[in-house]
Design a protein. Sequence first.
Length: 194
Amino acid sequence: MILSPASAKLGPMSDVTRLLDAAAAGDRQAASDLLPLVYDELRTLAAVRMAAEAPGHTLDATALVHEAYLKLVGDQQFDGRGHFFAAAAEAMRRILVDDARRKLTEKHGGGRVRVALEAVEQLPERPDRLVALDAALTRLADEEPQVAEVVNLRYFAGLTIEQTATALGLSVRTTNRHWAYAKAWLYQELGRID
């Protein structure tokens, strides 16, 4: 199961799965051995996601990967690489949403955004939109969990339709239908907050 060109470097799927199982069982060496195998792919996913974030974000792709990885190698069991990368996308989502919520607090600027004078024409994405997207995705997951998982992998992990289909064990056609439905549903939900 290849998720991206970077995953071609990963070696046999059984090595990643074996290390995931061992790390979940508390083997610290397995967790250390796992990071080099998945780091490039996680870094690629994070870079794609961070490219969509507002300029001047306090997190960069490397920090996002490290925070997500720390959340993943606890006592969680994974059913192979696909499940691991789906969990990674969810962890990245949680980290970015938590960061957006923090930025909305009065202590951290209350949603105000620092903008360079040259960039006044192009204001960055607002943190409240990311929080609203998270809330909408949570509602969508209650109604259509598989559709919400497609959004997580496409939006937060930056996977293509084909990679998402492979990761979720779906056909490309079904994944396309889920993606089209999710975009329409989210457009309707998020249109209410402006």
